[in-house]
Design a binder for this molecule. Sequence first.
Ligand SMILES: [Zn+2]
Length: 436
Amino acid sequence: MVETGSILIRNGRVIDPSQGLDAPADILILDGKVAEVKKNISKNGVPVLDASGLVVSPGFIDMHVHLREPGFEHKENIETGTRAAAHGGITSVACMPNTNPVIDNSGIVDLINQRANEAGAVNVFVIGAITPGMEEKDIANIGELVEAGVVAVSDDAHPIQNNYIMRRCMEYVRMFNIPVISHPEDKNLSEDGQMHEGFYSNKFGLKGMPASAEEIIVARNIILSEQTGTPVHIAHVSTAGSVRMIREAKARKLRITAEATPHHFTLTDACLATYDTNLKMNPPLRSDNDVRAVKDGLKDGTIDCIATDHAPHQASEKLVEFNLAPFGIIGLETAIPVSLDTLYHGKVLSLNEFVEKWTVNPARILHIENKGSLTKGMDGDVTIFHPDFEITIDASAFESRSRNTPFDKWKFKGAPKAAVVMGKVAWNAEDVSLSV
Ligand SMILES: [Zn+2]
């Protein structure tokens, strides 16, 4: 999205943890940049959005999204995926490299940036692959990827098993100002697994994926990060053991950060009783005890951000026997309701802490310097939400090309109301008044 705009957002409760701000104020954005945040701004000739009764915050950044383009456009593309983000109140996404071709060279990065400029409803940041073709045979030309603008490299969907390759990757990445994003999974331990290994996998007769499959790689990557000095971000933390190790690594001031997804802190493996393939994802839904630990990790700052791992699949791909269904759940259009309901109404996080995990923290981890804050001169990205609005999820109204969510028809407390991207309204709910 290259177009910029101007807008006056009036009468909201502005929460911007980057500057410790939580107060009623107006926000003026001129030519895509924050010009002023204070009470009673008047400005003629710009559109006015009335945010009375709503929370106004820096634009939410979802640092873990699969946009599926190029190669899997039947599931999602850059246009539908970014429209889904806007419709969910998210103004920036970082897209994962497991496309076809894989994002392992500057040509593909350029292609995605070009498509995002043409058709993107929100800002798109690109994450590069660690190994060419994600085949774990050699290291990708990470210098070339960084020059083309990637904000991180990742092995998401094809977790690196070989410790030596991961060590070399970290030594290479240390030369640049980006993190390695790790999908922590030991494939030897998780192979053929369908759900979390435990009481319910036995009960339901599905092969389990043990917590240890995640934790062994979390441990390895913490050890290699300490050895190499390279920042490592642990994706979709789902087990109590992972939370414990990340907490200890942070206490020792290692360069480890982490994210958790709304489904992992809201649902448990007991939900699989329905055999709904929309509940099949990787890492899998874990036990009650793990969910509690992830919430504790969010509360005490062990887990820095909330990210969706939006992973679209066509209905026909999910309408198969459980064992044959692909892993993945979409999340962009349910993220704010699910996470507000579980974390804010569930008394895990304050609204300020909640906003922090969607804004300044991911911006800091990915070194996105003009976003995550509403201080003067920053990009004019704004997320507007109602923390108490009761919403019923309607998957048929999604902008995403896919519908693989278990939350259809579920009710949540808290909803997005508008997304402003570089000063232009990318989406607003019908009950939000916008005068142009
Ligand atoms: Zn992953």
